[in-house]
Design a protein around this ligand. Structure first.
Ligand code: COA
Length: 448
């Protein structure tokens, strides 16, 4: 939303013959409908004619050769196109052509934008709405008493096209307060998209303020701008506090029939799935009622997997006991246990890391600095390495194994360092702490 500073020569490079869908009641507008609704009655009659003649031919041929395959059924008569709700909406493109009606509507649009966009300076709105390079798509009230009054305009979008660059910039967009949240905002944008294609527009861009971003997103606008910058740079100005958003307008999409299009696509995909799916073919009969009883004796750990494997067809489909174990309760129990152990070991490592005396055990000894370390200590270990092993999940199978690594770390320290050194003192403190952290249960082997 900003004042455009450059005027480009007009003239579209790529136009689609798709007019703005015509108004139903506003005959004074120049809208035309190039696609008159097909006559469903006529199609139906044609369909019947084909159907009756082919069926009589079939009867004849059956008399001569009973084994000849039946002729394919006649094509179903085309179903009449469902009514388009957009046909009921009065709308028009308004430009400042100096005509009285246009000026009255432009005043209505200016008032609407000024009311709905109170932060926007009124003079700025007026300047753009009445600017001859700007156009406005207006949704009009169906009430004839409101014609050519402020109230006639129930919504509008003011935009400027740059046909050479095949984009349009939306300056203002609003729906009157009493008509909001009824879908007019979406209809307005869809109608503009349909019209924009006729002007050769590929992209619509706008600077949306924070409040409007949600609305524009719903209308297919994105913050990611795909249109090459060279096409719009210098033509539109930055708008403080606004987010530049873009919408690509696909020339083949009928934006007034999006729900129907999505429904048709869904139907098509389902038809394709049905054609290739084997899920409805019965190969084995349902399991007999006594099946579950027979399987009751299977062991608790392998029960679910064994029951699944006994179902006819499961083995043929390539399942094995270990596959099934991995996706049934037995495996889940094992996973749960593993997860619990991991959490416990992690908390033990963290408790050691938190101790002040563990500072010299937190990272691996830098053997570039302590060059003879590996000559003395053959199997170095440190808290960071232990934490990595715990997080990886499959190194330590028990608390006992973690304790063994902790003690190795203590002993490495004692072996390398002088008994009078601070490092040695740390090792002694850590050893004492480990005794509290890993209390020996009676019957457990002592750890050397
Ligand atoms: N933020 C987030 N979502 C919004 C929204 C907003 N400000 N305004 C509308 N929507 C959503 C609606 O919830 C609806 O979503 P749905 O399709 O999932 O139900 C969708 O956008 C379209 O709603 P619709 O009823 O068609 O819109 P509307 O008729 O209320 O018109 C505006 C929307 C923005 C044009 C209207 O609210 C308005 O005039 N606002 C004041 C002016 C303005 O801010 N203009 C935009 C910047 S120029």
């Amino acid at each position: 939303m900003q004042i455009s500073t450059m005027v480009l020569p007009t003239g579209s490079t790529k136009k689609r013959k798709l007019p703005l869908p015509s108004t139903t009641a506003d005959h004074d507008d120049d809208d035309t409908n190039e696609n008159p609704p097909s006559d469903p009655t006529k199609s139906h009659v044609d369909g019947e004619a084909i159907s009756s003649s082919s069926s009589s031919d079939d009867d004849e041929s059956h008399k001569h050769d009973e084994h000849e395959p039946a002729a394919p059924p006649p094509p179903a008569p085309p179903s009449p196109k469902p009514p388009n709700p957009y046909d009921q909406i009065k709308r028009t493109i308004v430009i400042n052509d100096g005509k009285r009606e246009s000026l009255i509507r432009l005043i209505g649009l200016k008032s609407l934008f000024a009311k709905q966009l109170p932060k926007m300076p009124k003079e700025y709105i007026a300047r753009l709405v009445f600017d001859r390079r700007h156009k406005s798509l207006a949704l009009l009230s169906g009430d004839p008493r409101k014609k050519f009054t402020d109230e006639e305009i129930i919504g509008g979008i003011c935009y400027r096209s740059y046909p050479d660059m095949r984009f349009a910039e939306i300056a203002f967009c609003a729906v009157s307060a009493s008509q909001q949240v009824k879908g007019y905002g979406t209809k307005l944008m869809n109608l503009l998209k349909m019209h924009a294609v006729t002007e050769g527009i590929e992209y619509m861009i706008t600077y949306a303020d924070n409040y409007a971003i949600g609305y524009f997103k719903k209308q297919g606008f994105t913050k990611a701008i795909q249109m090459p910058k060279a096409r719009y740079q210098g033509l539109i100005k930055d708008y403080d506090g606004g987010t530049l958003m873009e919408c690509y307008i696909h020339p083949s999409i009928d934006f007034t029939r999006i729900p129907q299009m999505v429904q048709a696509q869904k139907e098509f995909i389902l038809q394709r799935i049905r054609a290739t799916s084997k899920s409805d073919k019965v190969i084995y009969p349902p399991l007999p009622p006594e099946f579950a009883k027979r399987m009751e004796s299977s062991s608790r750990s392998t029960g679910a997997a064994a029951r699944a494997l006994a179902v006819p067809g499961v083995i043929e489909a390539g399942w094995t006991m270990s596959d099934l174990m991995a996706s049934t309760g037995g495996a889940k129990d094992a996973d749960q246990k593993k997860d619990m152990l991991k959490k416990e070991l992690l908390s033990l490592v963290q408790k050691v890391q938190e101790k002040q005396f563990s500072w010299c055990f937190r990272d691996p000894v830098d053997t570039n600095e302590v060059t003879d370390y590996l000559e003395v200590v053959k199997d170095p270990i440190d808290l960071r390495t232990m934490e990595k092993r715990v997080r990886k999940g499959d190194h330590y199978k028990s608390k006992h194994q973690l304790y063994a690594d902790m003690m190795k770390m203590v002993n490495n320290c004692k072996i390398y360092n002088d008994p009078e050194s601070t490092y040695h003192e740390c090792a002694v403190s850590l050893e004492k702490f480990l005794a509290t952290l890993f209390p020996l249960k009676s019957g457990e082997p002592s750890i050397e």
